[in-house]
Ligand binder design. Structure first.
Ligand SMILES: CC(C)(COP(=O)(O)OP(=O)(O)OC[C@H]1O[C@@H](n2cnc3c(N)ncnc32)[C@H](O)[C@@H]1OP(=O)(O)O)[C@@H](O)C(=O)NCCC(=O)NCCS
Length: 183
């Protein structure tokens, strides 16, 4: 697959693999206080580069089918943010997640692509279940997780430093059989 190939599309959006050419765009995203408030806080360019190597680019080959992808506006091919299906750090549990640049908020984009990723995870990857988590005050993200068909199942905490500082997280899960039966 060429890096600029879009492998998943919805009506308005597309996903493609990230490359090292995306470093500047990602570093700008992670330098926005509002965007990163519930994403573990601001990251320096070096921290973003490390994440891009370990959690994105090396991760594709080590975990076929999973990853963190650039989310594009299909009409312009411009990046608007990211969507992911990957393991919660330090755990084997597979989660769905997303983060968008501020101009893209409030248009249903997070939900639109996360719904398509749920179907891909259950139908193509045959994952038995998916999890989602969000900081307790991050109501918009919790709403997205509900809208794509995950169920709120209390709160969970994880010891990995990426999640530990913010305290317990709103925890969501859904089994493939139940999700597919509804659709
Ligand atoms: C969370 C985020 C991805 C949502 O993206 P989005 O494209 O605006 O989300 P959608 O438009 O698909 O849906 C958002 C839903 O939350 C609701 N919402 C938004 N802000 C809200 C708030 N402050 N209180 C209550 N509901 C809120 C919207 O009304 C919408 O629900 P509705 O369709 O029932 O009206 C985006 O705000 C973001 O990137 N935030 C920063 C990164 C982040 O927090 N990522 C998630 C980490 S767990």
């Amino acid at each position: 697959m060429r890096p600029d190939d879009c492998w998943l599309t919805t009506e308005r959006l597309a996903l493609r693999r990230m490359t090292y050419d995306d470093l500047d765009w990602l570093a700008t995203l992670y330098s926005d206080e509002e965007v990163t408030r519930y994403l573990g806080g601001l990251k320096t360019c070096d921290q973003v580069e490390d994440m891009l190597r370990t959690r994105v680019i090396d991760y594709y080959d080590a975990n076929p089918g999973l990853g963190m992808w650039m989310t594009l506006d299909r009409a312009t091919k411009a990046p608007i943010g990211f969507h992911l299906i990957n393991n919660i750090q330090g755990e084997t549990i597979i989660q769905i997640g997303y983060g968008l640049a501020k101009p893209a908020w409030g248009r249903g984009y997070a939900t639109e692509m996360a719904s398509a990723l749920m179907r891909y995870a259950f139908e193509d990857l045959k994952l038995p279940r998916l999890a989602g988590m969000a900081s307790l005050p991050n109501v918009a993200s919790q709403r997205v997780l509900e809208k794509i068909g995950l169920e709120r199942r209390g709160e969970r905490s994880f010891p990995h430093p990426a999640y530990a500082a913010g305290g317990p997280l709103a925890w969501f899960e859904r089994e493939a059989d139940a999700w597919l039966a509804e659709r």
